[in-house]
Design a protein around this ligand. Structure first.
Ligand SMILES: Cc1ncc(C[n+]2csc(CCOP(=O)(O)OP(=O)(O)O)c2C)c(N)n1
Length: 321
């Protein structure tokens, strides 16, 4: 398990008794939810699967609250990868939220940048910026824009969201780290709809040609893209065979099974001489019953009742800071 580093000090936006920050109580537009007690957890060298599952609930709560009521937001694709992103930020990756440009950090790139909400939730929970910033998401002038922007947001490594580009950037970073003699790993999340981009396959060929073995891709295989099922819109199967043919080490997991995620990430460390892809079978909108497997929640909006119900579901998460 990676020796991640946590900020020495609290981010300062939780109350003394460990109850949630103000905006988590009910300051988000449309919310009338009473204050929810979220337990504070202290920094540990290893975060076990059960603890990560609780943190993932908090990550999903943040996602729901960033979307809010009556506004469009990428709920589905953010929730489908929430468990993987939680495992990376809170257990696997070596990183230092108090020093985002620490040269030996592991890098995380969200090639499917439309799911920025999940990354913002994780970064805030880690302490890269005050959690209060989350309520400004997508507003003009916010440090949290609709897609990841490295100049705006501490902890973001690249501008992503034009599908297909993030993996190429990840390849370049992985090659550069090798030239610099650093042991840092590069984690890149891609979407299964994103596989329709030709640039993904150029990058896939380059990664294997250059034996970029510090590169670990996690494919968010939720089976839906923006307009419908992958198999109907642009069928890219069989995926394991394609990636293997491109020279990658392939593993397949349930992307909502925290123990399986951690095992696959650990296993990837031991594979040398080729890039690795973890095909994570996921559910779009995972954890929110009315949004699960529903294409309308790709970039959908919740009414007030749905918002309240979703907040209620994740009210007993835990916060890291
Ligand atoms: C080059 C490009 N074309 C189109 C889009 C618009 N777009 C945003 S998300 C999306 C669907 C992506 O599907 P997938 O990768 O499966 O994402 P997920 O279902 O995991 O959210 C599209 C077409 C884009 N962001 N970039």
């Amino acid at each position: 398990m990676g020796a991640h580093r946590w900020p020495a000090a609290s981010s300062g936006d939780e109350s003394i008794d460990g109850s949630v920050p103000n905006y988590l109580n009910n300051n988000f537009p449309g919310s009338s939810r009473p204050g929810t007690k979220i337990m504070k957890i202290t920094a540990t060298e290893k975060t076990d699967a059960k603890e990560l599952e609780l943190i993932a609930r908090t990550v999903r709560l943040h996602i729901v609250q960033m979307v809010g009521v009556g506004q469009r937001g990428h709920l589905g694709g953010s929730c489908s990868i929430a468990d993987v992103v939680t495992a990376l930020y809170f257990s696997k990756m070596r990183h230092d939220p108090s020093n985002p440009s620490w040269p030996d950090r592991d890098r995380f790139l969200l090639s499917k940048g439309h799911a920025a909400l999940v990354q913002y939730a994780a970064l805030a929970e880690c302490g890269y910026f005050p959690k209060d910033e989350l309520k400004t998401t997508k507003r003009f002038g916010s440090i949290l824009q609709g897609h990841p922007d490295l100049k705006s947001t501490p902890g973001v490594e690249a501008n992503t969201g034009s599908l297909g580009q993030g993996l190429s950037i990840a390849c370049g970073i992985a090659a550069g780290l090798r030239i610099d003699g650093r042991s840092s790993r590069v984690y890149c999340v891609i979407g299964d709809g994103e596989l329709a981009e030709g640039q993904i396959w150029e990058a896939a060929m380059a990664a294997s040609a250059f034996k970029l073995d510090r590169l670990v891709v996690i494919l968010d295989h939720n089976g839906l893209q923006a307009m419908g099922p992958i198999v109907q819109r642009f069928n890219t199967s069989p995926l394991p065979e394609k990636w293997r043919a491109f020279g990658w080490h392939v593993s397949e997991i349930n992307g909502h099974d925290m123990a399986a995620i951690l095992n696959a990430l650990d296993e990837a460390d031991g594979i040398k001489g080729q890039p690795k892809i973890i095909i994570a079978r996921t559910i779009k909108g995972a954890g929110i019953p009315f949004a699960e497997n529903r294409v309308e929640f790709h970039n959908g909006l919740m009414d007030a009742a749905q918002y309240e119900a979703a907040c209620e579901l994740f009210g007993s998460g835990r916060t890291k800071n």
